[in-house]
Design a protein around this ligand. Sequence first.
Ligand SMILES: [Zn+2]
Length: 278
Amino acid sequence: MNAHVHLELPACESLGGQGFLPWLRSWRDAGDPRAKPSAATARANALAVSAFETTAVVDVGNLGVSEAARQEAGLEGCAFREVFGFDEPMAAAPFEDATPHAPYSTHADTIRDVAARGRPWTIHVDEDEAEREFLFSGGGAWLNMLLAAGRDLRGWRPPGLTPVRYLDSLGVLGPNALLVHCTLTRDTDLDLLAERGVTVCICPRSNLHITRRLPDVMGLFDRGVRVVIGTDSLLSAPDLDVRNEVAVLQEAFPAVSGDRWDRCLYDDAWAWLDRSAS
Ligand SMILES: [Zn+2]
């Protein structure tokens, strides 16, 4: 299973090694028509994924086109629609398949609403230093980004917490939560992930491209946190073949057996996804 993918996003050059915001700006604000998400791209990518012998995906998108693409390609799994709106809650997150984008881009009430549905949901978390800075102090590049986007932040107070602790303060962490990235999550935050029974999806090639960092995979394994693997999109990974993520992980963590990675791709992934059916 490719447990985190954005099928609708095309392949396009993007800036690496500088962090999330410079990466985002490099393709989104450049106005490059090749970087535009589309239904056609979602269809082509879903077919490519299925040709990589992947049988299931957990997709995250904005256009609402990935579910059809997933089904047409014969892939199992599910497709979520991201909800944003940092300064205003999306009243009971309007779509059935809604899922919050990230702690710095989605209102706390929206995150609570989605988690309260009692079904699997997913969110990008702790990918980048700027996210930490924003939640700790309320400042930094994310503040400027949200203000430039016209967000009204007068009612918002920074929680002074790490991204994982912030989500926990909302009461949303539990077995339905799939936390994507956790690139910078360490120590007692890892303990908390284990305690709450969340699943973590790691996307190593995307992390290496955007931040040049890898999550504390051994720390997750040692604590018994369920770990699954995704490619993220073609804007941060060279292809959508999740087996190539495993190749990178094997090189970075040579002490981990092939069987352990297989468990991430299969058993752990299905253990989370099967909750969708329940
Ligand atoms: Zn993503």
